[in-house]
Design a protein around this ligand. Sequence first.
Ligand code: SD4
Length: 333
Amino acid sequence: MSEIVRRALFLAPGLAMASAVSAADRPVPRAVMVSTWDFGRVANAAGIEVRRARGSALDMVEAGGRVVESDPDNTSVGIGGYPDRDGRVTLDACVMNWNGDIGAVCALEDIAHPVSVARAVMEKTPHTMLVGEGARRFALDQAFETAVMPSPSAEAAWREWLKTSTYAPVSNRENTEWRSMPGGPGNHDTIGLLAIGLDGHMAGACTTSGLAFKMRGRVGDSPIIGAGLFVDDEVGAATATGVGEDVVRVAGSHAVVEAMRQGKSPTEACRSVIERLARLRGTAVADHQVAFLALSKSGEWGGWALQPGFTFAVTDASGATRVERAGSLFEAR
Ligand code: SD4
């Protein structure tokens, strides 16, 4: 085990814990929707509106995902997403419902709402995943809204990136200049959404443009059930954000849900999988961001990350929302 991982795991747990919001500080007793990052706030607002209108948990997470996909200023999800190294925006998304129904799209181009296409794959095809041109053709056949991508500012960022063409996932963490780096803003800002409907059933969704300037054809964790998202209506649900290659290695979201099944709280479950990833990969993840967010069947929630700076939005049945900051394995640098 590398020194950096050993120190983080065994010598400084108190410091890492200090950054988490303790359960006692929480004004919201039971969450009905949680979503990754600060933009989870607007996503949850949309989801709660749908819940008030008696929509299902699946309707909630789809509505929330669509709001973020529609934001042209968001460079990591939907129409504002940064392109791959060839200048093409390729979108990944998945949904999972309480009964094990799943749908996903990978490397979808020209379509505004991949989360809705993923849902349509689930509801209207005999399959669970469509990729690339096949996904695009299906979306067009189903008359999904198209969009011109990349956006002018995403294209400008790509042209700037072309000057060096150096690919390195930029960690979305505190105390770095990531916002001003090419590929920095939103580079690790997938939205994952987990919800509990009025009937008590759970659902989840995950949608992203993936890592900026990735290789053409690269797919991360976000559309992969068990990696970027997993829902088990007996136990709870989890979602992931960050470097997808790392999340896939530990089947991250599934691992978090299984840890909850064994009795861990959502926070502890997320933490256990982050620590497992760090033990497995050592220095290979020392500069990466990976974060998990979980919601239990009874409405407890929690998150944990490799690096400081991971935030998520928590909303209760009344619509009250707060953005929390997760604890992390590594300290701010
Ligand atoms: C991916 N996990 O494609 C996604 C990227 C991400 O915030 O989370 N961005 O690997």
